[in-house]
Write a protein that binds this ligand. Structure first.
Ligand code: MF3
Ligand code: CO
Ligand code: CO
Length: 269
């Protein structure tokens, strides 16, 4: 693994890209409602990115056609937005956006809920969020890379959930995907890989109610759970500091996991 930390100038650009990606998810939130298609959500987010002077990194990436991935219910990741996919009450979905701003990538995803979702779905979402944050909490300069996956596994294990193994977190910067590869399940690397100040990468666990196994759909992109159970994912882009992880894609609106209150700032003040 080749681990090249970003310098101060590069980190500033990573902060700007991460913030924009988070703002796009904040801004789409009120539109995530029953009756809208995933393509309409995608197109609104693509406009936001381009209006902000950014490029959606996924368009044309290995042939991927859209500016976001929208993964509904038993879709694990890489769901392609479509005009025929209409949100309905009880759906859960992940929206994943990656922007390129000033030459650097910002990559983040969150879960959303439509109307009233069943308690098992809500629990899956909350545990997945906490699992991501427990992985992030291990990060600081000198920490072990494999502690991230070990913490995520420890958070999920009591619930019997399956943690997806085929898709991982990744370093990013000028490139969309680079070292390190970040495993989200229990693992032990020998010799251990130590994180360095200035490294930037994602933590993005995909967690299923049932098996960790997945199946790729004939479109070549959409990944579903092998057993048809629900899947959830959250993703942040992080920078390693002496003190811990700086979350570059933190929500300026204060959104963490759903349900998202219409105006959290007002509620807090
Ligand atoms: N944003 C995804 C990630 O977290 C990658 C999507 S690649 C695409 O790494 F081609 F499917 F869009
Ligand atoms: Co990612
Ligand atoms: Co992503």
């Amino acid at each position: 693994m080749k681990l090249l930390p970003k310098n101060t100038t590069e980190l500033q650009k990573m902060r700007a890209a991460g913030k924009l990606a988070a703002q796009v998810l904040d801004a789409i939130t009120p539109q995530v409602q029953a009756g809208i298609s995933t393509l309409e959500l995608n197109d609104a987010m693509e406009k936001m990115m381009r209006d902000a002077g950014a490029i959606p990194a996924t368009v044309g990436y290995k042939g991927y056609p859209k500016a976001s991935c929208i993964s509904l219910n038993d879709v694990v990741c890489h769901g392609i937005p479509s005009s025929s996919e209409i949100l309905k009450n009880g759906d859960i979905l992940n929206i994943d956006v990656t922007v390129i701003l000033g030459g650097f990538h910002g990559d983040t995803s969150r879960m959303f809920t439509v109307g009233t979702v069943n308690p098992q779905a809500q629990r899956l979402i909350e545990i997945t969020y906490h699992a991501m944050m427990s992985g992030i909490a291990t990060i600081k300069s000198g920490s072990k890379l494999d502690d991230i996956g070990n913490a995520i596994e420890a958070t999920c294990a009591p619930h019997g959930y399956g943690i997806v193994r085929e898709y991982c977190g990744h370093g990013l910067g000028k490139k969309f995907h680079e070292d390190p590869m970040v495993l989200h399940y229990a693992n032990h690397q020998f010799p251990s890989v130590r994180l360095k100040k200035g490294l930037t990468f994602t933590v993005e666990p995909m967690v299923n109610i049932g098996t960790w196994r997945t199946q790729l759909m004939p479109d070549g992109w959409t990944v579903k759970t092998a057993d048809g159970t629900l899947s959830a994912q959250f993703e942040h882009t992080l920078a390693v500091t002496e003190a811990g992880a700086e979350i570059l894609t933190a929500s300026p609106a204060g959104f963490t996991f759903p349900p998202y209150s219409p105006n959290p700032r007002t509620l807090e003040s």
